[in-house]
Design a protein around this ligand. Structure first.
Ligand SMILES: [Zn+2]
Length: 226
């Protein structure tokens, strides 16, 4: 999960995708062309792409800082190719800063780098923290191949243990997210608090008993953690 100080989102920056670079033919023959981004406020950013296929493209543009000083940038980006399962090869940018293979580079602070180096979050508008934590658990569980307690054939012990630790962490975060969702749902953090809904006529006595029990248990778990 990205740290909370990563406030900018990927859509706040110019993005250069390898799919576009490939589609425009930069990876098949040497060529030079200007790519332009137009923003909702009408402003534009342009860069010149010079390709030296199959393993390199160069991005050329001018940076101007807030005092009006300009300087030229010529940034070489390495292109890596990996085989596809169904044949053929797939291109990737190799991030010039960290070397990660990525499909998209983002312009921030004057340079095109990967999302991680640029500290950008993905937008996921509809996803709640609880959805996110569940998605994370599912993703880790898939790596175990269904059984999270027994080491799959061919998986190294160190990797298996690391995955188990990550799963434990993810489950803990899911439990926190569930607790917070419950608190928000019942407005337990508001001054009118739990007694307001407990005294309301929405729930029958048995539901109230069960809910109170759950809330107490969750609070206990949370206070133990703190
Ligand atoms: Zn990077």
């Amino acid at each position: 999960m990205p740290p909370s100080e990563w406030t900018l989102k990927t859509e706040d920056c110019c993005a250069l995708s390898i799919k576009l670079v490939r589609k425009e033919g930069f990876l098949t023959s040497p060529r030079e062309e200007v790519l332009t981004w137009t923003f909702s406020d009408g402003s534009r950013t342009s860069i010149r792409v010079v390709s030296n296929p199959p393993h390199q493209i160069t991005l050329r543009y001018t940076i101007t800082d807030e005092r009006g000083t300009s300087w030229p940038v010529s940034d070489r980006i390495r292109i890596d190719w990996t085989p596809c399962h169904l044949g053929g090869k797939r291109p990737w940018f190799s991030c010039p800063l960290c070397g990660r293979r990525v499909g998209v580079l983002f312009l921030r602070a004057g340079y095109f780098r990967c999302r991680h180096c640029q500290k950008l979050r993905y937008r996921c508008k509809s996803e709640t923290p609880l959805d996110r934590s569940r998605r994370r658990i599912h993703k880790i569980e898939c790596r175990f191949g269904g059984d999270t307690f027994n080491r799959p054939k061919g998986m190294h012990r160190t990797r298996f243990e690391r995955l188990q630790r990550r799963l434990d962490d993810a489950e803990e975060r899911e439990s926190d997210a569930r607790f917070n969702a419950l608190v928000r749902h019942f407005k337990l953090d508001s001054p009118s608090g739990p007694s307001a809904w407990l005294n309301s006529q929405i729930f029958d006595q048995e539901s109230i008993r069960v809910l109170s029990f759950c809330m107490d248990a969750l609070k206990k778990v949370r206070s133990q953690k703190e």
